[in-house]
Design a protein around this ligand. Structure first.
Ligand code: ADP
Length: 588
């Protein structure tokens, strides 16, 4: 009986302790609004057992037992209710550690000696460690190579010394693998704000960095292989880079060698003082400059570069340097100089030729005029008809020679473009009539009729170049007479177009001569083009006349057209625009 009482007392005390023990659990769940570490089924099982005991107590009428278990049920029941309440709040149920464990990247905290105090799952798993417990207590020397660990310790110590967070890219080698981390490190503080270690977050950026690096490398390779010499420098004139051509041109073994150098430090630039002011101008004014720059190459040869220099700007638009591209134009420059020298030589030879011709003209004409004059004098004094005829032959031949000489010299003068254009008033019809009279003897000597017709509507006076139209008509009429054996040659002058200030005059020279084949009608206007050879003795000439006609007409904005039929004759039509005088002058 005593034993039964003792057992019941112990049971009651145990019940009471049990009921009391549920209270802190309930308070914790209520406070933290989290059921972490509390099993619903365990508490619910307890509750059912308690309920059974209460029912049993009622049956055996042990009310103390019933009371004790009801109290115990209240505390245990409140835990069950709270579990049910906070189980619903899913997000509140996630623990900070869970979150840390789920976070990608490495999160770690270590003490002042670099000993790991904690880390997220990703972190310790990546280092091949099987549990957090195993990870704790390790140092950087256990995880990385000594070299890397030394470097990390330095950074950690700096953060702890200054108390300032830091961000750095760290290449680390672990388990034979190189990884680039972007690490944020901050001092780890206790509740009293004392720095007790390091808190770090490191993210693996190897693959994204690799992509960027590959892109940069591609870009660099493109620049390296760019034709011409490419280089870029900062506002202090310090080179930041260049392409392969530039490095080779200035005597550097690698393009990386240019980095950090100025023009004065580069052996290939013997004339740096000429370059620096240009670079400075580009960076100060922000303008693009194109300039020819002298340089002496590594082998000592002098060179000239054509350079295009552009200011280099940052994202805000401020000038941070300059980029230039220079092309070696030494060869082109030489060629230009050579052709300039050749041009000058040709011009001076041309001047000498013109001078020579002017002298020759004078030197030839003077004795010719003397021969001609003396022959004419002898001819007029001679009474013997045979001798007079012989003298007349001398006179004619000398005259013909003089005419030809004049023609050649005039042509050369024309080719040199030294015949000025006159814009003067002249009597058109009178000029035409005088000219025809001049041609009449030669037409007559060939037994040809020479007809002239001037339209009544012709203006009395025109303003233009009299000399050129005179030479054009003389040439065309001479040809017409020369290439016509029988029949007639005619000149018809009329108005093609006229308004108050201007008139276009039309001159038609027609003959009944040998004609010109259609396929030759263009080329007869070219220099030295003759359809019949003078060696054949039939038609003399040099093939210069029509070329002169074309050239003169071009100079006075005129035109010439030809229509012809072989064996029937030719028609040359000339159109020339003239200004009309303000006041009408003499009659045509
Ligand atoms: P050329 O001094 O030989 O007359 P031109 O330049 O005046 O030189 O004429 C070039 C050629 O055109 C002549 O040699 C001739 O063959 C041809 N030609 C020019 N005018 C006539 C014409 N009216 N009838 C036939 N052939 C002509």
């Amino acid at each position: 009986m005593i034993i039964k009482d003792i057992i019941e007392s112990i049971f009651s005390i145990a019940l009471f302790i049990n009921a009391i023990l549920f209270v802190p659990q309930a308070i914790r769940i209520f406070k933290e609004k989290s059921t972490k570490g509390v099993s619903f089924s365990t508490f619910f099982g307890f509750l059912l057992i308690q309920l059974t005991v209460v029912l049993h107590g009622l049956l055996i009428r042990d009310y103390l037992l019933v009371f004790g278990y009801i109290v115990s049920m209240i505390t245990c029941g409140s835990v069950v209710v709270l579990i049910l309440m906070y189980k619903k709040n899913k997000t509140a149920n996630i623990e900070l550690e869970d979150i840390l464990d789920q976070l990608p990247g490495h999160i770690y905290w270590k003490d002042a000696d670099g000993v790991m105090l904690g880390a997220n799952k990703q972190n310790w798993q990546d280092f091949g460690v099987s549990s957090l417990e195993e990870f704790k207590g390790k140092t950087d020397y256990d995880l990385f190579s000594k070299e890397d660990a030394d470097q990390l310790v330095l950074v950690d110590q700096e953060v702890m010394r200054t108390g300032k967070p830091t961000v750095a890219e760290e290449w680390l080698t672990s388990q034979g693998q190189h990884t680039l981390y972007l690490s944020h490190k901050a001092p780890l503080r206790d509740k009293d704000q004392n720095i007790i270690g390091i808190l770090g977050v490191s993210v693996d950026i190897t693959s994204s960095k690799k992509e960027t690096v590959e892109k940069l490398e591609l870009l660099e390779n493109v620049i390296a292989a760019t034709p011409g010499n490419v280089y870029w420098l900062d506002t202090d004139g310090v080179y930041l880079g260049c392409n392969d051509n530039e490095a080779e041109a200035v005597g550097l073994s690698s393009r990386k060698d240019i980095v950090g150098k100025r023009n004065v430090d580069i052996p290939g630039f013997v004339i740096p003082e000429a370059l620096d002011p240009i670079n400075q101008e580009v960076m100060q004014t922000g303008r693009t400059v194109t300039v020819e720059e002298p340089a002496v190459l590594k082998d000592g040869t002098e060179a000239v570069f054509l350079s295009n220099k552009v200011p280099l700007r940052n994202q805000e638009g401020s000038i941070v340097g300059m980029v230039g591209i220079s092309i070696d134009i030494t060869e082109r420059k030489k060629q230009e100089e050579e052709s300039q020298r050749a041009r000058e030589a040709a011009e001076s030879a041309n001047r000498a030729k013109t001078e020579f011709l002017a002298n020759m003209r004078h030197d030839f004409r003077t004795p010719f005029v003397g021969i001609l004059g003396m022959a004419q004098l002898l001819e007029s004094d001679e009474s013997d008809p045979v001798k007079r005829e012989e003298l007349a032959c001398i006179t004619q031949s000398a005259q013909a020679l003089l005419d030809q000489l004049n023609e050649i010299l005039e042509f050369i003068q024309l080719e040199d473009g030294i015949l000025p254009i006159f814009d003067k008033q002249f009597a058109l019809v009178r000029m035409v009539n005088d000219l025809v009279e001049m041609m009449r003897p030669s037409a007559r000597s060939q037994g040809l009729r020479l007809n002239v017709h001037c339209d009544d509507a012709l203006p009395m006076q025109v303003v233009g170049d009299r000399q050129r139209i005179h030479r054009v008509l003389v040439n065309l009429l001479s040809n017409a007479i020369k290439f016509t054996q029988k029949g007639e040659v005619s000149l018809d002058v009329s108005v093609a177009k006229m308004d108050q200030d201007r008139a276009v005059i039309q001159f038609i020279i027609k003959d009944t001569g040998i004609g010109i084949p259609p396929d030759k009608q263009e080329i007869i206007f070219e220099k030295f083009n003759r359809l019949t050879s003078s060696y054949s003795g039939v038609y003399a000439g040099k093939g210069l006349g029509l070329r002169m006609v074309k050239r003169f007409l071009d100079e006075i904005n005129g035109e010439v057209h030809v229509t012809s039929e072989v064996g029937k004759g030719s028609v040359f039509t000339v159109l020339v625009p003239y200004k009309l005088p303000l006041l009408a002058g003499e009659k045509p």
